[in-house]
Design a protein around this ligand. Structure first.
Ligand SMILES: Cc1ncc(COP(=O)(O)O)c(C=O)c1O
Length: 388
């Protein structure tokens, strides 16, 4: 990346890679679709076969690693996957029969399902606990605990966990700490700086940023873990396609400014909701009264675009969401448009009746880039329309 490695995040997103200088002098890197490459010596070409490596995927893998703070990102790069869930399953391959994992209680419903219904079938024990209860966490760690899995902020309750403290606890046990950083992205938190061993992203969300690409990524700076996970990535084959790689690389160029505006909008909306007599509780890391605000100040550069809240008893939930205009009722998050969802019935429906269940009446918002005055007006009129 030019002469200096001390560039700021926005510069890194744009200039992490100078390797591809197309013959035409394109300023933006082209999309490489070829699935195979010419060998000058049999088996010795730099690019060999599309599942193994592809220049478009590689550009994204290097840029993301650079943003996560990996200096030698040309060798130790991210691993781009076909979806966030294939990133989850790639990491889960590290856990062998007879070993166990500990997972924070309130993670994405798909992660809960994957571990409790699929990983357990190969003889792996899976335990869920509230990681802020450090004594409980310690009691679940033993010499067979391969991974501890954290999501901060968590989906959908927006709980924050102290990454450095958790890393210290699990490292004492020889366990790797994994952080699902989908809600944060490296523009908010760079988990490797806090001792996390493996980061995973659903790039479907903020990194892609426009709700038009599915993908996932795994990042580690541990050379052995990188080597093993890259082998699993290439042999398992659930890699990110060239076109999705092109879209998420494009997403990285504007990720910084988008995160800034998502965060500003979400903060203003959270403050507005907090002051409303029709709202029981707002969960947003930037609110001074929020119980995890101190952790947010310690490990987040922005407070993010995600918030959740509970309506007061005097508001009819169904009437409320049906009265919204700009907020679309839909799963997923991190796109330019504002989305609202009911986690218990939608993203976390498979975790109902389990320790990882979402609260029944919680409402989650992915705050988009619309003008905040319009979002606040629309919120107020829906709340008023739904008053009992
Ligand atoms: C926090 C989190 N992790 C992982 C995933 C799974 O990602 P994908 O849907 O791209 O497979 C999601 C999807 O909503 C998510 O919100």
């Amino acid at each position: 990346m030019g002469k200096s490695k001390n560039y700021g995040m926005n510069t890194k997103a744009l200039h992490a890679n100078k390797k591809f200088e197309p013959l035409t002098g394109d300023i933006m890197p082209p999309l490489h679709l070829s699935t195979t490459y010419k060998n000058d010596i049999p088996g010795e070409s730099e690019y060999f076969y599309g599942r193994v490596n592809n220049p478009t995927r590689e550009l994204f893998e290097r840029t993301l690693a650079s943003l996560e703070g990996i200096e030698n990102y040309e060798e130790i790069h991210a691993l781009a996957m076909a979806s966030g869930m294939s990133a989850v399953s790639l990491i889960a391959e590290l856990v062998k029969p007879g070993e166990n994992v500990v997972i924070t209680k309130d993670v994405y419903g798909g992660t809960t399902n994957y571990f409790s219904k699929i990983v357990t079938e190969r003889g792996v024990e899976v335990n869920f606990c509230d990681f802020s209860d450090t004594e409980k966490l310690k009691s679940l760690l033993n010499d067979k605990t391969k991974l501890a899995w954290i999501e901060s902020p968590s989906n959908p309750s927006i709980n924050l966990y102290d990454l450095s403290k958790t890393a210290e606890i699990v490292h004492e046990n020889g366990t790797f700490l994994v952080a699902d950083s989908t809600f944060s992205t490296p523009f908010i938190t760079r988990p490797l700086e806090h001792g996390v061993d493996i980061i995973m992203h659903s790039t479907t969300k903020y990194i892609g940023g426009h709700s038009d690409t599915l993908g996932g990524a795994v990042v580690t700076k541990n050379p052995e873990l990188h080597e093993t996970l890259m082998f699993y990535q290439r042999q398992g084959g659930a890699i990110m396609s060239p076109f999705d790689s092109y879209l998420v690389q494009r997403g990285l160029y504007t990720l910084g400014p988008r995160i800034k505006l998502h965060s500003e909008n979400a903060h203003k909306l959270a403050e507005h909701l907090e002051s409303s007599e029709l709202i029981k509780e707002v969960r947003y890391p930037g609110l001074e009264k929020f119980k995890n605000h101190e952790i947010a100040l310690k490990q987040m550069d922005y407070f993010g675009g995600m918030l959740s809240f509970y309506l007061n008893e005097n508001v009819d939930q169904e009437k409320f969401w049906k009265s919204l205009d700009l907020y679309k009722l839909a799963v997923s998050l991190g796109g330019v448009e504002t989305l609202i969802e009911l986690p218990y019935l939608m993203t976390h429906d498979n975790a109902q009746e389990t320790a990882a269940s979402a609260p029944v009446d919680l409402i989650r918002v992915s705050v988009g880039l619309e003008n905040i005055e319009d979002l606040i007006d629309d919120m107020d009129s829906a709340l008023n329309a739904a008053k009992k």
